[in-house]
Design a protein around this ligand. Structure first.
Ligand SMILES: Cc1cc2nc3c(=O)[nH]c(=O)nc-3n(C[C@H](O)[C@H](O)[C@H](O)COP(=O)(O)OP(=O)(O)OC[C@H]3O[C@@H](n4cnc5c(N)ncnc54)[C@H](O)[C@@H]3O)c2cc1C
Length: 448
């Protein structure tokens, strides 16, 4: 019995790993279009720097990635973000202001004006939304917390996670936990106090691997008992009786797991494609540039995790992470590695710029924001990503429902990937656990 997984990113590889682990007598083939597995996860070692061109890490509060790391024996190499990285900054009127992390620091902070703080304090008295209207993150924030909170708290958060726009992303789809807290507790402030008293710690610490995030990919491939076929772009999936045939293989498959970005479905023929393709093509992936810069360690960069820039500040970068402050061994001893992010849903213009030009823009912006001369900032490397992170706009839930309906109709077809079940590494690995259970149930004939 064979299963095909299409796409060798973290979604496809962790699904393949768990399917094989749960059912020993199944053969699993992963088909990856690129020349190496990993998809968005890309770590490069260069001149003593460990550079991340995709995710920097995952939060340890959700257990799914930690569990995958344990199963593929990568857990001995886990590293947690330093305590200093708890400090985060937001740019306001050209100055970096610490992000408040407690009620006391919130009241003292200059990030919001007195008026903005009063708006937030009124939050427990705002009635929860009861109808089915799907709000954007911005609409939700404006209704419950006021405009300043949207501009200086939610906008940078959305930019840091999705490189997205508060005016377009759906709150329910992108931040389901926040959406649910309003329904459960009637207020975010009330929820915060209730959860604190229950000592619930939902997020945890940012975590990676000593060698960088790609170590997880290598461990999955090396320790998993499945076959990864690179340079194999699937363009055709056909059902014949109870079996599936793929253009990339002579084998017959009992089940097929799609783990590709939503735009990739356009180039793949599969059963009942016409029912879902319009929705899939409507998911936007804005471009991003990840630019790695090096500074002398004696330069005062305020430290911490780094900073995010609200759109209202009208800068040309989204923010920067001080990667070498966050994790050990990311830069040579006397250097700071800063990873600058550009692009996203509000900044499609980056596609019109050449890589060298974007590098210069990043250096210029960093030097202005940190008030240091440009000559102290050295380029290390960069990567321009044409289609970076899928944006979950209003109506995204319907696209996922239509795929799930297709999966019920064409028995043996399964779907995963960051376009549907959350964009975080934790979301991709959590989905892998539930998907592997469904595939195994199907193969054992236990499905409904
Ligand atoms: C710059 C950046 C920073 C990020 N930072 C973080 C972070 O710090 N923390 C975090 O949790 N998340 C982060 N993310 C998000 C996270 O990295 C991704 O959501 C996740 O890696 C997606 O994994 P995936 O397997 O679903 O998709 P992908 O990684 O896109 O993998 C899909 C794979 O399918 C392959 N493929 C496509 N078409 C075909 C075909 N026809 N046949 C065969 N193969 C095909 C592709 O080549 C690719 O390898 C970041 C994303 C970006 C872009």
């Amino acid at each position: 019995m064979r299963v095909a997984v299409i796409g060798g990113g973290i979604s496809g590889l962790s699904s393949a790993f768990l399917i094989k682990k749960g059912l020993k007598d199944v053969e699993v083939d992963v088909f990856e279009a690129g020349d190496s597995p990993g998809g968005t996860i890309k770590t490069v070692q260069k001149d003593g720097y460990t550079l991340e061109f995709g995710p920097n890490g995952f939060l340890s509060g959700k257990r799914s990635t930690l569990e995958i790391a344990r199963l593929c024996q990568a857990n001995g190499y886990l590293v947690e973000a330093s305590e200093d990285a708890e400090k985060r900054y937001v740019l306001k009127n050209g100055k970096l202001v610490p992000l408040p992390d407690s009620p006391v620091s919130f009241f003292k902070s200059s990030l919001l004006s007195l008026k903005g703080k009063i708006e937030i304090m009124k939050e427990p008295f705002v009635k929860p939304l009861n109808d089915d209207y799907e709000e954007t993150v911005g609409e939700f924030g404006q209704r419950r917390l006021g405009k300043e909170a949207v501009d200086y708290l939610l906008d940078p958060m959305v930019s840091g996670v999705f490189a997205g726009s508060v005016d377009r992303l759906s709150l329910k789809q992108c931040f389901p936990r926040i959406w649910q807290l309003e329904r459960e507790y009637g207020s975010l402030v009330k929820a915060m106090f209730k959860l604190k008293s229950k000592k619930a710690s939902p997020s945890g610490r940012l975590t990676s691997f000593k060698q960088g995030m790609e170590y997880l990919i290598k461990s999955l491939v090396n320790k998993g008992d499945f076959c990864v076929h690179t340079g194999k772009k699937v363009s055709h999936v056909e059902k014949r009786g109870k079996r599936f045939l793929l253009n990339t293989s002579k084998e017959e498959y009992r089940a097929v797991v799609f783990a590709v970005p939503s735009y990739a479905y356009m180039d793949i023929a599969f059963p009942l494609k016409e029912r879902v393709i319009e929705g899939l093509m409507s998911i936007k992936y804005p471009p991003m540039a990840v630019i790695c810069l090096s500074l002398e360690s004696k330069i005062d960069v305020a430290g911490g995790f780094g900073f995010l820039i609200p759109s209202i500040e009208k800068r040309r970068i989204l923010g920067a992470l001080y990667s070498s402050n966050i994790f050990p061994n990311r830069a040579p001893d006397n250097r700071i590695l800063a990873t600058v992010m550009m692009g996203g849903d509000n900044n499609g213009w980056i596609m019109d710029f050449k890589e060298e030009e974007l590098m210069l823009v990043a250096i210029e912006e960093l030097s202005e924001i940190l008030s240091i001369k440009k000559k102290y900032i050295e380029p290390v490397a960069m990567r321009k990503i044409r289609r970076a992170i899928p944006q979950y706009y209003k109506g995204h839930g319907k696209i996922v429902e239509s795929l799930e309906e297709l999966s019920r109709q064409i028995k043996g077809l399964f779907f995963t990937g960051n376009a549907f079940y959350g964009i975080g590494i934790n979301d991709c690995t959590a989905r892998a656990f539930s998907l592997a259970d469904s595939v195994i149930d199907f193969l054992k004939g236990n499905h409904a």
